[in-house]
Design a protein around this ligand. Sequence first.
Ligand code: COA
Ligand code: AMP
Length: 639
Amino acid sequence: MSATSKYAEIYGAWQKDPQAFWEQAAADIDWFKPADKVFDPDMDIYGRWYVGATCNTCYNAVDRHVDNGRAEQPALIHESAYSGKKTIWTYAQLRDEVRALAATYRDLGISKGDRVLIYMPMVPEAVAAMLASARLGAIHTVVFGGFAASELATRINDCEPKLIVAASCGVEPNRIVEYKPLVDKAIDISDHKPAHCLYLQRDEHICDLSAERDLDYNELVSAHREAKTPIPCEEVAATDPLYILYTSGTTGQPKGVVRDNGGHMVAMKWSMEAVYGIKPGEVFWAASDVGWVVGHSYICYAPLLHGATTLMFEGKPVGTPDAGAFWRVIQDYKVAALFTAPTAIRAVKKEDSRGAHIGNYDISSLRTLFLAGERADSDTIEWAAKALNVPVIDHWWQTETGWAMVSNPIGLGALPLKIGSPTVAMPGYDIRVLDDAGHEVAAGTLGNIAVKLPLPPGCMPSLWNAEQRFREAYLNEFSGYYKTSDAGYMDEDGYLFIMARTDDIINVAGHRLSTGAMEEIIGRHPDVAECAVIGIADPLKGQVPVGFLITNTGTERSDSEIEADVIQMVRDEIGPVAAFKTALTVPRLPKTRSGKILRATIQKIADGEAWKMPATIEDPSVLEEITEILEKRKIGSFD
Ligand code: COA
Ligand code: AMP
């Protein structure tokens, strides 16, 4: 390890006295009342952080910067690659917008503990909508715009929002995505009915707001903007929920990851300097979407809690208009650090492998590129490091943790890179690799990656209204540990290598999706007798889902018709983000003698990886049939 990095010292200090470590970090947050106990091991499922403390996340992210000399500093920069529209809100302007929106929420009956569902594209008002909820002590749940109405309905039913805040539309390169029909359909099919829907009308599409529950964002908010209606920041317990963020589980029912107020603020603030090496006042750009955890943590909360400037870009790394878009934005706004998913860099590299666009811009402000959300392949890391001439830092975390479990902490002094590893455990995380019986394995040996309890501040304390599911999904398998459902190994230097998921989750263009959920949908097709969905390697998106179907005998419809149907069903029910574009009809699926489908073997064949005939296979000839079909249809490594 580098002699100049403070990592070993800081990690050691945390190991020696975790409570003292997190007590000191908490000093960077303004509390109404400090904690009685930094950590109470007996509270709730595995203990809670900052018990007895009261605080407000919006106050710390917005108002305190206005009060402490940052009123005129840009808080949020927004640019839409589609309309060319640019917005810069200073901290004072952000405070004004959030306050006016919070006053609107209050008029609509929202108060502490109520849920507000936010279904918005990458517009600055999406961040204001999150912060206005935090201001009142309400609980927001943001739903990604690429999800379909039924996914929205599942979330409405689970968290029962009083209010939905949406926009009239999102913009994708090939289409305008009208949100209102999706919201209306979701409310139609859900049992819970929100009292109101507040729509931000965008120039790209104006929606009809004649129904009684539908309201116009600008009309209502502008009245409070003008009146400067005072709305104080509500005092909430540090342990009260700030938000719920749904993420794919192993069944169709997504998991509602809960984030608290106090621990989350401490972890976010600490990470900005230690992990990302960002100083207050600098520009931080997370090129993700507010609908994902990266957007929650590093577009909205962390940069603002830190007094930095956050950048929101509505556009893609390529095609809006070209593969130079990221570098132009870095130049125009003097971005100090960019955080994105490896797939975005692969998309740029595919279009501009020689990095010709980079030379057209002055990107000298950029110090570091951070990657997360999926495995970062060495080609992508090496290409980006060479083309941009900055360190490329892979780091590993999950929706459940909210911030990096394993990283190379730039702010503490970078450690030597080992390509293929996101580097080492961050303070707060005691990472172990376990065999299936829960025993630690030797360095270099593949196993289940687990975190010794308790999880640090910022990580989820439970799932929304699903304590038993939380225990079953994360805690029961390895007693005393949080199961990450990632597999990998740790080397002698403590560097972690993430190799695969141990469940049915796949990562498509950095988006986390459940193949089980897709199988549930496909299985509902009247002509499908059985199906399996697997994620196969894709040079751009990392993985893409492929469905294998057995159709009912005697069906009158052709294979290609049924394949087209199931592709449409997944798009309609999960949404375009599932990127489910390939379904293959097969005569049989390979199974063990006990009837389990051998998904991993199909995946290895499709990916062109070495594979062994499973000893328990019922009929080995099925694999020959599958191989022939993959070859004929030019799927995966047969393309
Ligand atoms: N609203 C509606 N539809 C959306 C959407 C949104 N917010 N985001 C994506 N979609 C749609 C896309 O239009 C596409 O639809 P199509 O099938 O009609 O073409 C589909 O969902 C799949 O989207 P995606 O997987 O993102 O593919 P893409 O071809 O549009 O873009 C990349 C590929 C690599 C450019 C893009 O995924 C990207 O920029 N990724 C950056 C990484 C990232 O944001 N990761 C998030 C976690 S950090
Ligand atoms: P999400 O909850 O959407 O952030 O997805 C979390 C999952 O993405 C993890 O459990 C991993 O499987 C994968 N993932 C995230 N970051 C990395 C990384 N740096 N390397 C490998 N896999 C990653």
